[in-house]
Design a protein. Structure first.
Length: 277
């Protein structure tokens, strides 16, 4: 055996000795696409022919989920499939509420179909609803893989354990980060670049409330950052763009930063740049 082949074999043995059942990203992507496409025909590669065809697709996708998830848990494939199936109606209903909130909140949106088919914010929220359902039944890893699929496609990073209320609106979406223990109320609207994060990433904080709580009907504008498990943004508050919050604000607050800048007239727009190289 050539020397490099022996090295490869040694690496292969070391990898296989770990013995961890780990789902293939390809399998999770297949399940994810099948369920999202079944729940929202606007996102399906091949729409169902009729009710029976759609029902069969949903059932098959849930059983594929069970088969992938079972080696990671103490549950049976059938029980896990049925547990996810029991939650899909709620996933669908809540996601439609989210789509309606996006339609109502974006003057550029012309129809519910357009929001579902074309808005990355909707894809991110619907994917989170599905991943959160899988997380709630105690399945590890698979919800994270679903969340990362949505992240790669939408630019929005939502941990599947995050708790999000009804009629959630993401506008534009790119760069939004919502951490594991974040709690978001009803009718909340986030713009691009918002971070709901932790004050500390120390490993000893695992299992504790590290991310903020956002009250009902809060609007958080672009690139604002809210950090900390004890930080609460009270209901009906508005957080302006680029604000950095690490302590709680009461309900009904308007939080914004002031920027000093000057405006003056000039005769030649390039006069001030004569010495710039």
């Amino acid at each position: 055996m050539p020397e490099n082949a022996a090295d490869a074999a040694a690496v292969a043995r070391r990898v296989l000795e770990q013995g961890h059942p780990f789902p293939l990203k390809r399998d999770v992507a297949t399940i994810f696409d099948a369920l999202i496409g079944a729940l929202f025909p606007q996102l399906a590669m091949h729409p169902a022919r009729d009710v029976d065809d759609l029902a069969q697709r949903i059932d098959e996708a849930c059983h594929r989920f069970g088969a992938v998830a079972a080696p990671l848990t103490d549950g049976s494939a059938t029980d896990l499939a049925e547990a996810l199936l029991a939650r899909l109606s709620d996933v669908h209903e809540r996601s439609l509420d989210d789509a309606r909130a996006i339609l109502a909140g974006d003057p550029a949106a012309e129809s519910l179909d357009e929001v579902i088919a074309a808005y990355p914010g909707f894809l991110a929220i619907a994917a989170h609803r599905l991943a959160h359902a899988a997380h709630q039944i105690g399945v590890p890893v698979v919800p994270r893989l679903m969340a990362e699929l949505a992240h790669s496609r939408s630019g929005v990073d939502i941990h599947p354990a995050a708790t999000i209320g009804r009629s959630f609106c993401i506008d534009h979406g790119t760069g939004i980060v919502i951490g594991e223990t974040a709690v978001i109320g009803d009718e909340v609207k986030l713009y691009q670049g918002v971070t709901l994060g932790a004050l500390s990433v120390s490993k000893d904080k695992a299992g504790t409330k590290r991310h903020p709580t956002i009250g009902d009907r809060v609007v958080i504008y672009a690139n604002a950052t809210v950090l900390g498990g004890e930080t609460t943004v009270g209901a009906d508050s508005i957080v302006g763009g680029n604000v950095f919050i690490t302590r709680s604000v009461p309900p009904g607050s308007l939080v914004y930063q002031t920027a000093d800048y000057s405006v003056r007239q000039h005769d030649d727009r390039f006069d001030d740049f004569d010495h710039v190289i």
